[in-house]
Design a protein. Sequence first.
Lengths: 200, 392, 84
Amino acid sequence: MKVVATCSLFPEEIVLNGKKIESIPSNEVDWKKWVYSSLNIEYPKFHKMDSLAKLAFLGISVLEKEIDFSTYKDEEVGLIFANKYSSYYSDNKHFINYTQKNMVSPSDFVYTLPNILTGEIAIFKKWYGDNVFFILKKFDIEFFIEQAEFMFSKSIKACLCGWIESNENSEQAYLFLIENKEGIVLKDEILEELIIDKIN
Amino acid sequence: MQIFITGYGVISSIGLNVEENYNSLKNKTSGIKLTDSTIFKNYKVGSIQYSNEELAAMFNLQTKGSRTAILGMIAAKEAFKDHELSSEIRTGLISGTSVGGMDLTENLYKDYLKGNFNTEEYKHHPSGVTTIEIAQELGLEDCFLNTISTACSSAANAIMQGARLIKNNVLDRVIVGGTDALTEFTFNGFRSLMIFDEEWCRPFDNTRNGLNLGEGAGYIVLESEVSILKSNSKPIGILSGWNSSSDAYHQTASSPEGYGAVLSMRGALEMSCLNCNEISYINAHGTSTPNNDASESMALKTVFEGNVPAFSSTKSYTGHTLAASGGIEAVYALLAINRGVLFPNLNFSQAITETQLIPQKIFEEQKRVNHVLSNSFGFGGNNSSIIISSLN
Amino acid sequence: MSELKEKLKAQIIEQLNLENLTPADIKNDMPLFGEELGLDSIDALEFIVLLEQNYGLKITNPSEGKDIFFSVDSLAAFIEKNIV
């Protein structure tokens, strides 16, 4: 199988296929909103998403600079996502709402499930294929490749994989698209390893 | 390659083990009640009427953990009770949960606000730790472990994941399912979604008004044929098909036509090489919300072309056990097959106007139940369907 | 009443995270759940939270909300009528 594109998003930069394509101003209060604006996308639902879903959405939007997703049928793309801290950021928000603010926001609660981000991607792209969310101790590319292999035994032709994390210490996203065809696993393994080290 | 099932275990508001659950199902005894708890206010829930300490003592648990972990330990232990570890059998545990150790954390937080901060106690919080603690109780801590969090389809996805690992020769034997405890966190969240019925829920009924929350855990043991020759375990069924799909419609609501559900059911049927008319019984997701039951009914009619087999939701027995539901309902599917019974859809009186589907109303015995389809649909549009078949 | 309506528009934008909109984009009589704003069932529930948090008014049945949340006009009228 072949990894056809990768991207990573950190508060200071966007990296596409191992190359930095954007530096985010360090004084930017809401760096995800800045990225959304810089990508010139029109998708108002973005603003309602929680941090995890926003990161996933931005990641796929960056990948679209390289990939034409319309070449896949709507049941041909599988979604394999994972992280270590689950929906920590939204869990905390919901918890503070009902314990300290004496109110509960239904939209905050909805995002206390990490797999809502795969749901948001599916809604955005109108994809009906397999989707799953794992909780792992750390990012492990072999795990994702194995999962993609499982999906390819069905009608899935490409797997969009992602490690999306949002907690009080860090916000980051690393997405990559694996296709079921001949080719090298990672184009620039050294550069990707640096990014993976940064994530872990 | 066939995926055999060689063990099952369950704990829910209708029983602390498989036999107790079966007897309640047979006697039409629901576990959904008002409780003394101030958390759930005046809402009926399917809670297990024992504290963590009582459960740990009753089941002689050696490992500390949150309530979610404790329920998981109990059900997983029952599922694995006739098994032994062996260096020749690559064994794993894949567990689904939505709430992890939140039941402990939300109480510890109150101590924290008073200035008592014990970091040791917070270690039970993460979802992944729930799985580790279940594994520790079973002596599986060095085995393959994995945690899935896809809301109400988590256990079903854990079952699928386990099957894939066996099929791809990564594992020989794997305990799969899910666990979730009732928490203030979940209760408050669902209440803000205005998704509860203040009364006892009525799945697939025209007057249904929402769900009742529940708690529990359910696990099955999947094993390859080669592994069975080594373990000498006794198969009780076959996992003959599975599929997962996206509804791609809304974060919490299902599409009116249940498109994602249609895809997941059709995919499972295709994998199992079964025709629609070979399905003996469907354990529906059937949460009793106006949206799910309408959507799932439409999907059933589409897939089965109007000839929907006997179907029921067992959530009017147990409540909606969230991430555990797919595991608990897989156990019920096995009971239906091995005891030759069909479980009723309690509290039903009037078919949904738009679909006119009538679920199984009575407990029926001496039935030939060869293939059972079980649906689990999670928020985020994660739709999962599995098919369990008899050995014959 | 018009001051209340302007305040409501700002509160709606904040509560529902409609960051792409300004109060000027929401006309008083515009159907809030029509095509233009793209609000959904979760947003309807957020309106219930907005009413309770900001105005102390409780709606226990979401189906009551359909008429009340039809437009800024109807929402303002409901608040004026019921606020203590």
